[in-house]
Design a protein around this ligand. Structure first.
Ligand code: G1P
Length: 292
């Protein structure tokens, strides 16, 4: 059973400057809550019970957000603001815990995941990259839940992918498959490469930033040499894992928003904004006004 999820949040967010100069990029709000809340909720909806933040000293506000705030709760209670009280107390259900570990040096995504080795122990786990928001196409089964289901059946690691334009392949991990899977399906992967040069990519199926991985990958990460960008890459450890056991590419059904980029962020605000239960209708009217 996959109950633990690693969220690497130590990155400094240079793509999101100036906002990320003094606010963690994960705390920038998408409509009325920080981006990281959407990612944590996605994990919780897929059955995750422990969120492991791999974090940095400048990012304590993320841990604070998922902690209780006794002073604020008491004040809201005294003022009888029970709706707001419920909203800040129910961010994550009580059976879910959030723990954190530091990534002492920025040595890459693979290194960040390895920092959670002692917390993960012998358990298989999920990894969710917080820059990318994944919006479910229906509320019953999110893509991560489907990947976990498939992992439980096949025991093969699952890497979530989506098609990207050919001129963008050098910005992502790219998988090599004999036939592209249909949306919602997994196929055996032949290979995976981090940020291939244009014209050399084995496909246009890019790694989205959602992974279901066996505990054994931690040993491989410890041996993975520096790769693209002179960083220890999770992609390279997955390529090593493939030598020992099957790894599958899962093609997502939902929609992604890259909140690490400014335009991706604005797109996320639009999409989540128009669907917001309280603000959506008026937000749509505001967008109509802009069109005039
Ligand atoms: C990371 C991964 C890459 C993946 C991407 C998704 O890259 O290394 O394989 O495709 O996230 O956003 P980064 O964006 O951190 O450079």
């Amino acid at each position: 059973m996959i109950k633990k999820a690693i969220l690497p949040v130590a990155g400094l967010g240079t793509r999101f400057l100036p906002a990320s100069k003094s606010i963690p990029k994960e705390m920038v709000t998408v409509v009325d809550r920080p981006a990281i809340e959407y990612v944590v909720k996605e994990a919780v909806a897929a059955g995750i019970e422990q969120i492991i933040l791999v974090t940095h000293s400048s990012k304590a506000s993320i841990e604070n957000y998922f902690d209780r705030n006794f002073e604020l709760e008491t004040t809201l209670e005294l003022k009888k603001k029970f709706d707001l009280l419920a909203e800040i107390s129910d961010i994550i259900p009580s059976h879910v815990s959030v723990v954190s570990v530091r990534q002492p040096q920025p040595l890459g995504l693979g290194h960040a995941v390895l920092c959670a080795k002692d917390i993960v122990g012998d358990d298989d786990f999920a990894v969710l990259l917080p820059d990318v928001l994944v919006k479910a196409s229906n509320t019953q089964h999110n893509d991560l839940a489907k990947m976990i289901q498939r992992f439980n059946q096949s025991q093969a690691a699952q890497i979530m992918v989506e098609a990207v334009a050919d001129d963008l392949v050098d910005q992502y991990g790219i998988v090599d498959v004999t036939t592209a899977p249909r949306e919602g399906e997994s196929v055996l992967m032949r290979g995976i490469i981090e940020k291939p040069a244009l014209g050399t990519a084995p496909s246009n199926l890019s790694v989205v930033g959602r992974y279901i991985l066996p505990a054994e990958i931690m040993q491989l990460l410890a041996q993975t040499p520096k790769g693209a960008g002179n960083e220890i890459q999770l992609t390279d450890a997955i390529a090593l894992l493939q030598n020992a056991q099957p790894v599958e590419a899962y093609r997502m059904q939902g929609q992604t928003f890259d909140c690490g980029s400014k335009l991706g962020y604005l797109k996320a605000v639009l999409h989540y904004g128009v669907e917001h239960p309280k603000l959506g209708a008026e937000f749509k009217e505001l967008i109509q006004e802009l069109k005039l």
